[in-house]
Design a binder for this molecule. Structure first.
Ligand code: PGA
Length: 252
């Protein structure tokens, strides 16, 4: 199956104006020199979306946000709606990241509502799933990730509007990673769940990214696996050289 690789940067809560603009411009300049066999996405914090959008002008890099509310508008102090993201020029939104599931008690049911709302205004979603260390150690990895995929994807999820990201919680920002075989096993299991949920042919087309301590040094072994269709990169996406080196090592 010919799935287009995706290299996505999750900047999390990092960067002030000048840094954000600088990083976006540096990434855009480096991506411009590539053959563009892959899709590049950067997901800055809300405060930088507009500035980064301008800095990326003329590049083929897509803009993504890191979360949104499920409502279109209304009395939700501090929240941002999917329509607002669309209005700012976002193409993607990350939903269900483990930091949101943990810090903001987001359930898969809530994530599904957000995903549906995002799709309703033509945003594509990067939907994150992943087990904690405790769940891994008790042999529940596949069960937990399968359930999160089933419960976080609403009706209408298709390869054209959803990218799944498998991110073991214990691998995020820790420098630890599962073995390539463990990653491949979880990705294959997720694809089976997808096949049941959205049908075999859509499941075969849907991209499943790996995330969690992806670095230039491990990108090749993690990102060239059969069922791995790219990476969601946190820490290493804040350095243009590392972000690009990861894409190089992934064959982009
Ligand atoms: P990391 O984060 O690359 O810093 O481990 C990945 C993520 O949380 O998306």
């Amino acid at each position: 199956m010919n799935r287009k690789m995706m290299i996505a940067g999750n900047w999390k809560m990092n960067g002030l104006s000048a840094e954000g603009i600088g990083l976006a411009k540096e990434i855009a300049a480096k991506v411009k020199q590539k053959k563009r066999t892959c899709e590049f996405v950067v997901c800055p914090p809300f405060t930088l979306l507009n500035l980064v959008k301008k800095a990326l002008r003329g590049s083929k890099i897509a803009l993504g946000a890191q979360d949104c509310h499920f409502a279109e508008k209304g009395a939700h102090t501090g929240d941002i709606s999917p329509v607002m993201l669309r209005d700012l020029g976002c193409e993607y939104v990350i939903l269900g990241h483990s930091e949101r599931r943990a810090d903001h008690k987001e359930s898969s049911a809530l994530v599904a509502k957000k995903v549906e709302a995002a799709h309703n205004c033509w945003l594509k979603t990067i939907v994150c799933v992943g087990e904690t260390l405790e769940q891994r150690e008790s042999g529940k990895t596949i069960e937990v990730c399968s359930r999160q995929v089933r419960e976080s994807l609403p009706e209408g999820s298709r390869a054209a509007n959803v990218v799944v990201a498998y991110e073991p919680v214990w691998a995020i920002g820790t420098g630890k990673t599962p073995t390539p075989q463990e990653v491949e096993d979880v990705h294959a299991a997720i694809r089976q769940v997808l096949a049941k949920k959205i049908g075999k042919s859509e499941a075969a087309k849907m991209r499943i990214l790996y995330g969690g301590s992806v670095k230039p040094a491990n990108a090749k072994e993690m990102l060239t696996l059969e069922d791995v269709d790219g990476a969601l990169i946190g820490g290493a996406s804040l350095k243009a050289d590392d972000f690009i080196a990861i894409s190089d090592n992934a064959g982009c």
